[in-house]
Design a protein around this ligand. Structure first.
Ligand code: BEZ
Length: 387
């Protein structure tokens, strides 16, 4: 039997519609690409727990669709990142990728997401280019750009009247870009960065660099480290006798999720970040209580960012009733959502990076206690993004 062109078009349309309908009823495939080994393993674990907590709070469904998880351990290893992300895109055919922690790995993920058109939500890695020159309509971030916490900490350090600063970090995108943000604000505030020190990621041979700091005697040291490396650095800084003589400040990753292991060495440290344990709002209290009951441990900034990645996805999926083929509407709804985050409500910049408050925090016991706001509604400049 031959169909007339009109009947053929109608039949093809019906087949397409029923395929889209069937797809929008099937479980949504979520690819979690996070580190579960290496110095950032605990950070990846917290992101996954936060993401899953929000999904569970919604009865296990987002936009009416069950969630099916696919997982890849990225090992915080940039050289394996393209192969790893393609396991999710090409082998598992996921609808959305959530990842990752390490900026170098995330840059490769963003390239693959841009090429394939797969929705990517970055729940930590701050690489500036992701919401800068590498931006794309299908790439979102629930966390921060590296520039943001660096800049906010620069404002705090300049505000304390420090004039001569040294910086120390791992030599990779996150470290270098955070230091750049710090330097921009610190020097705008009247200070001068007299020397930048670094070591390869994820090295922890801090001793020669601590000796250089002791010799130079700056007014303040700014550090970016996170996870296991942050634990070792804060302890080594104290053990070298520097904590008593040269104030140490950092972007909040230096003391987030690390305080039990850092113990007395972290007490009193001042950092800046878009989250703090003691934000006294009903939203944060509810999140912290639920997380603690579910996982028998307190959440940290990484858990909060994972939770908000799920909230952002939910905002998009609800708008399209779970139909991910409606990409323009899905992305538009994610972009204009106001996210009711434990950190405080936030919106996304045109480059799809959170515009958010950065807090001043002080370590007291096992908590990063918020003592003020460093910069309100800080937006990443989004330099180089052509939306
Ligand atoms: C990063 O590589 O972007 C990163 C890692 C840990 C904490 C913050 C940023």
């Amino acid at each position: 039997m031959r169909l007339s062109p009109t009947l053929f078009t109608a039949a093809a349309l019906a087949a397409l519609t029923s395929t889209a309908f069937a797809q929008s009823q099937a479980p949504l495939k979520v690819g979690l690409m996070l580190p579960s080994t290496g110095t950032f393993a605990a950070l990846g674990d917290m992101i996954e727990r936060g993401f899953k907590l929000y999904v569970e709070e919604q009865g296990g469904k987002l936009g009416g669709r069950e969630i099916q998880y696919f997982k890849v351990d990225d090992e915080s290893e940039p050289s394996k990142a393209t192969d790893n992300v393609n396991k999710l895109i090409k082998r598992d055919n996921v609808d959305v990728i959530v990842g990752t922690v390490h900026s170098g790995v995330a840059l490769a993920m963003a390239r693959a997401a841009k090429d394939s058109g797969t929705l990517l939500i970055v729940p930590n890695a701050g690489a500036d280019a992701i919401t800068g020159p590498q931006c794309a309509p299908n790439i979102f971030r629930s966390s921060f750009s590296n520039w943001q916490p660096g800049y906010a900490t620069g404002v705090v350090a300049a505000g304390k009247g420090y004039k001569r600063a040294m910086t120390i970090t791992w030599n990779y995108a996150a470290g270098n870009e955070t230091v750049k943000g710090f330097t921009e604000a610190f020097e705008k505030g009247g200070g001068k960065v007299i020397k930048d020190l670094s070591l390869p990621f994820p090295g922890v041979e801090f001793q020669p660099l601590l000796t250089a700091i002791a010799a130079e005697k700056p007014d303040v040291v700014f550090a970016f480290f996170a996870g296991g490396g942050a634990v070792k650095f804060v302890k080594d800084y104290d053990a070298a006798g520097l904590k008593r003589s040269i104030p140490l400040v950092g972007s909040g990753f230096l003391t987030d999720g690390t305080l039990e292991a850092q113990g007395a060495s972290a007490q009193g440290l001042i950092t800046s970040l878009h989250y703090g344990d003691e934000i006294n709002t009903p939203r944060n209290t509810a999140f912290r209580n639920k997380f603690a009951v579910t996982y028998k441990t307190n959440p940290d900034v990484y858990a909060m960012q994972g939770y908000d990645a799920a909230q952002m996805l939910a905002a998009g999926l609800t708008a399209v009733k779970g139909d991910t083929s409606k990409k323009d509407a899905l992305y538009a709804a994610m972009n204009k959502a106001q996210v009711d985050s434990p950190r405080g409500k936030f919106t996304l910049s045109p480059q799809r990076n959170p515009t958010q408050d950065f807090y001043v925090r002080e370590v007291k016991g096992n908590y990063n206690v918020v003592t003020g706001v460093a910069v309100k509604a800080l937006a990443d400049p989004g330099r180089g993004c052509k939306p």
